[in-house]
Design a protein around this ligand. Structure first.
Ligand SMILES: *Cc1c(COP(=O)(O)O)cnc(C)c1O
Length: 414
């Protein structure tokens, strides 16, 4: 195969139909940002949004803002916009609370649909908060349920049978970037009479998701990764229309009441998506998340997917071409249909190598014990960035720069 050159990458950028989206983001001039799968970049319009909400709304209209600036229904308004990016309908998604809290709500709601069954199938190596939260819920429910941890797509399929109540899986694995087949797993889940819950943290905004096309029951995901909603921006919850007002979640705050401003003594659930809410949202953070979600909803998800796969192909090919002698082991599946929008590699000195890379302007991250992660975000990464990142990796490996003591000190956030 012919060697890939930097000029080839510049050529690819010149043909990139998504190239203009990069101008909508504030990016550090000299760094290459490959952590968009952990904290998305800041949209330029986010600052103006903060000012608008602070000065024009809170600072001027005060409490009237709940009505005149749409604060009271903001979770639903932004949810409708996000719905278009995950194959959901208006009225099926709200943006609210943290992902972990929403995991609690949807698993609890799903369990009410299958009261006789006690098994919850999850992936043991999933991002821990989903599993920890499920364990907390099981404990709260009196330890009558059992969480069955499976690994690999086949292992997961094998674990789903007629005794299972709920199958809760993350579509793209946070560490390896492996993509599960949502359609076939949901099909098997429902053939067995179980309820499907999907975590879209690493797939929402990164690739086309078709929740209703796959007949998914519930889904959740965060907005601060590929949706560029801002640090700690609220997460989203999808509840299929058929379950609304029927499969109830237990955090029954007043926002999920049928008539919040009737201030009735007793709880009555809303019979629509509002049932997935609990209480008052942080309006600043919620309002800012809309900027990033709006950008994503304007992008063609098929183009995003195509560029994402081209970026990751290029990254893998360049590591093979330029860094073959340095013993990086690819963790992410090479097969296009089986991966999301990141490339992960393991190396015994992964932590120090990543610290050194970050110091030299290539921002990836590290996941214990030995994984280097590179998030590939098609809306603001260029092909030439991939070239430059791999060139930097080659340089620090050749020079041995990563061995300096400063790169071997552990930080709290890796
Ligand atoms: C990022 C991520 C989360 C984040 O949960 P928070 O409640 O926002 O801390 C949860 N689950 C998965 C699979 C993730 O990738």
């Amino acid at each position: 195969m012919q060697k890939i050159t930097r000029e080839d990458c510049i050529q690819l950028d010149s043909q990139d139909t998504l190239a203009d989206f990069r101008n909508e983001f504030n990016l550090p001039e000299h760094d290459i940002y490959m952590c968009g799968n952990s904290l998305g970049a800041m949209p330029k319009k986010a600052m103006a949004k903060v000012e608008q909400v602070m000065l024009d709304q809170w600072g001027t209209s005060l409490i009237k803002s709940w009505n005149i600036h749409g604060w009271f229904t903001l979770s639903q308004t932004i949810g409708d916009q996000l719905a278009t990016t995950i194959g959901a309908n208006a009225g099926e998604v709200v943006v609210t609370d943290a992902t972990g809290i929403n995991v609690f709500k949807v698993i609890a709601a799903a369990l009410t649909l299958n009261p006789e069954r006690k098994k919850i199938v999850m992936e043991g190596s999933n991002f821990p908060t989903d599993n920890y939260t499920a364990q907390g819920l099981v404990k709260l429910l009196g330890n009558k349920h059992e969480i069955v941890f499976a690994e690999t797509e086949q292992g997961i399929l094998d674990a789903i049978d007629d005794s299972v109540a709920v199958v809760c899986l993350t579509q793209v694995h946070y560490k390896s970037g492996r993509l599960l087949d949502m359609k076939s797993i949901t099909e098997k889940t429902q053939q067995c009479g179980a309820i499907s819950v999907w975590d879209l943290c690493h797939s929402g905004g990164a690739l086309p998701v078709d929740l209703n096309g796959c007949n998914v029951d519930f889904a959740i995901g965060c907005t601060y990764k590929y949706y560029n909603g801002g640090p700690g921006s609220p997460a989203f919850v999808f509840c299929a229309k058929r379950h609304q007002g029927k499969a109830l979640q237990p955090l029954t705050g007043w926002y999920s009441h049928a008539a919040p401003f009737a201030f009735e003594q007793d709880y009555r659930p809303a019979d629509n998506i509002n049932q997935m809410l609990s209480g008052t949202q942080g309006i600043l953070s919620l309002a800012v998340s809309e900027i990033g979600i709006d950008i994503t909803s304007r992008a063609d998800m098929n183009e995003v997917r195509n560029k994402s796969l081209n970026l990751s192909d290029l990254f893998m090919q360049l590591v093979e071409q330029e860094c073959a002698e340095f013993n990086f082991e690819l963790i992410t599946p090479k097969e296009r249909a089986r991966r999301g929008s990141q490339v992960a590699m393991s190396h015994e000195n992964g932590y120090a190598i990543m610290q050194c890379l970050i110091a030299q302007g290539v921002m990836g991250d590290f996941r214990a014990p030995d994984t280097l992660r590179f998030g590939l975000t098609p809306l603001y990464l260029r092909f030439v960035d991939i070239w430059d990142a791999v060139a930097k990796l080659k340089d620090i490996m050749q020079q041995g720069t990563w061995q300096e003591a400063v790169y071997n000190q552990k930080h709290a956030v890796t």
